[in-house]
Design a binder for this molecule. Structure first.
Ligand code: NAP
Ligand code: ZN
Length: 352
């Protein structure tokens, strides 16, 4: 086992602070990675504060981080797809059983034996897995991704969660070229949803509660912006959308957005609020509308997304911070004030 520095939370109410954790020695199939950047996802905040207790209770200490970009520093004897020096990514998944129908269908995120990057039972060391707010990580090569060389690593990190989580449902919807697509909430996921929907040719409309984000939404690729707290602006677009991606992290009235859909329209939830949302049956019945959910994406699709980003020069808009600013970053995240993802420069952990 190797000791490594990390930032962890000791309880749901503790700030994140410097800690020492252990990483396993690389086995034959493992890739050893020095972490360069790690994005801060709202799921990190939900988990650290144990907001998902009823579904996935948090085990402490908790080392979050599943938007990891790093450099390969060593490989096991059986590793064939990576070599020392490669720029690589690790997202929300670090293992699965590789044999169940979901793994065979390339949707390992739905494998009953999936191991998530943090707060998941660790099959090698016992306890739970520790995420990317750390100096290095050891991952089975099947769960390591190639990062296109032309992209800035700091802005690539958020693609590993925010990127794939928005890319996957947009692709699954079908050909969105010329369709009217809404993105609800302009945060880490939302701003990537705007970039992908625009790249696939949709007419993109952002719903935001933050009037100050309007200019940014247009710069990021939206054609129109609706201030969702303004009933007149909402009413003007009622019943006109083909597809809406809802990225809101907190409780909200989803029926207001179902009302924006046209006949057979679909709203897909990717945001994961702590409490259940109240859905009006009638809002769905009239217009034969559907409500779906989507969880990250499989490894194959994540690689496809990264390659797409490489070809189209797509990265996340990031604010780079040192690790000791992480607690301040969480406050800004909670207050909807991130533009549009924090990416932690993990070199800053070396001097802690
Ligand atoms: P984020 O950067 O904080 O963005 C969330 C956005 O939602 C905010 O910027 C804000 O946008 C809007 N919002 C926040 N609170 C709101 C409220 N009370 N009412 C209305 N709008 C509100 O978070 P994120 O990292 O994008 O994550 C978003 C959610 O997706 C989180 O719940 C996260 O856990 C979840 N998630 C799910 C998956 C998955 O696989 N399904 C993967 C990653 C994350 P405006 O300022 O524009 O209104
Ligand atoms: Zn995430």
């Amino acid at each position: 086992m190797n000791k490594t520095k990390a930032y962890s939370a000791a309880s749901a109410t503790s700030p994140l602070s410097l800690d020492t954790i252990h990483r396993r020695e690389a086995t034959a199939h493992d890739v050893q990675i020095e972490i360069l950047f790690c994005g801060i996802c709202h799921s990190d905040l939900h988990t650290v504060r144990d907001e998902w207790n009823s579904v996935m209770p948090t085990t402490y200490p908790c080392v979050p981080g599943h938007e990891i970009v790093g450099r390969v520093t060593g490989i096991g004897s059986a590793v064939t797809h990576f070599k020392t020096g490669d720029l690589v990514g690790v997202g929300c998944l670090v293992d699965s059983d590789q044999s169940c129908p979901n793994c065979q269908a390339d949707v390992e995120q739905f494998c009953p034996g999936a191991t998530f990057t943090y707060n998941s039972p660790d099959k090698h060391l016992g306890g739970v897995t520790y995420g990317g707010y750390s100096e290095n990580i050891v991952v089975d090569e099947k769960f390591v991704l190639h990062v296109p060389d032309n992209l800035e690593p700091a802005g690539v990190a958020p693609l590993l969660c925010a990127g794939i989580t928005t890319y996957s449902p947009i692709r699954r919807w079908g050909d969105i070229k010329g369709k009217k697509v809404g993105v609800v909430g302009l945060g880490g996921l939302g701003h990537m949803g705007v970039k992908f929907a625009r790249a696939f040719g949709a007419h993109v409309v952002v719903f935001t509660t933050s009037p100050g984000k309007k200019e940014d939404a247009l710069r990021l690729g939206a054609h129109e912006v609706i201030i969702s707290t303004n009933p007149d602006e909402m009413q003007e677009h009622a019943g006109t959308f083909d597809f809406i991606l809802d990225t809101i992290s907190a409780d909200h009235d989803i029926n207001a957005y179902i009302g924006m859909l046209g006949l057979d329209g679909n709203i897909t939830l990717v945001g994961a609020p702590e409490k259940p949302l109240a859905v009006s049956a009638f809002a769905l019945l009239f217009g034969r509308k559907s409500l779906s959910g989507s969880l990250i994406g499989g490894i194959k699709e994540t690689q496809e997304m990264l390659d797409f980003c490489g070809r189209h020069n797509i990265t996340s808009d990031v604010e780079i911070i040192p690790i000791n600013k992480v607690n301040e970053a969480y406050v800004l995240l909670f207050r909807r004030l991130v533009t549009y993802r924090f990416s932690i420069d993990m070199a800053s952990l070396k001097s802690e």
